[in-house]
Design a protein around this ligand. Sequence first.
Ligand SMILES: *Cc1c(COP(=O)(O)O)cnc(C)c1O
Length: 346
Amino acid sequence: MKKSPLNYIRKNIIALQPYSTARDEFKGGDISVWLDANESPYNNGVNRYPDPHQKALKEKISSLFNMPAESIFVGGAGSDEAIDVIYRIFCRPAIDNAIAIAPSYGVYKVSADINDIDLREVLLNEDFSLPVERILDAADAHTKIVWICSPNNPTGNAFPKESILDLADRFDGMVVVDEAYGDFSDRGSLLPEISSHPNIIILRTFSKAWGMAGMRAGMAFAIPEVIDYFDRVKYPYNMSVIIQQELLRRIELGTENHIPEIIAEREKLATSLAELDCIKAVHPSDANFILVRVEDADAMYDYLVKNGVIVRNRSRMPLCEGALRITVGTPEENARTLKLFKEYSR
Ligand SMILES: *Cc1c(COP(=O)(O)O)cnc(C)c1O
């Protein structure tokens, strides 16, 4: 019998009496004089504390993602904040452990190290597919979390929904699906599966497809009972007044959506790269970047830098020998990069 997700939460977190803000303790009434929070009374736009529950923003995100507001956590340090909060909710330092696929996003490991959590890395299959059985084999009674980044960074592929759901069905702990690049994939999101798979947490971000990496705004979605603990553990004012307002404004404005353009450029760039002698392989991508293999990744990287173009050298990551990760840029930027590769080929 599978346990409720609440069984995986640390006992001290269950017992936690969360910080109660001045505005939490005030209930109703028609107040025009606010002398409860030691703020400056002089209005300069930011003299008041932000809403710790980000109510207006969550309502907007709720309609955007078609998920109830009670299922949403919003972080003011991007979805990286959610990664840290997840460790702190579920993993006892020096006792519990977590599992990540490898290669994958580096923050799962750094955040585990900071929290003194052993992160077990399970190599993807050679074709970058999801090794569900080996992940389950790596788990023990202290494994609280499995991180699945899909589409995966840096490999670029999204995993089939069925294999992630199979893992969630069989793993006795939380499965966190990081969909930072989900908007670039036609595999579809796992958001609708949360209600039937209560041990799934989904991460999304405004940093990639939404074009707001500078804003630092990310989200976690889970059943309300789990999100309740995010709210208890997070810093009370984890998203500033300015970011909440600006994010709302931009969402309402309907930010320019470049997703189709980026996907079209990705396909074009992948096809052109595949024709070059200096490129040994182009991995299919469901994201806004392409992983390619070259003979000598360090030499190619240096050559590109010398010519003013920077890509990510991923050749030291597991299964990534000779690999460079190229973010899809504007058509002009992609043409310029392609031209450099072409010249290198000769
Ligand atoms: C970029 C990235 C994020 C970071 O998101 P922020 O919201 O900017 O913190 C999360 N996960 C993966 C896999 C990423 O590549």
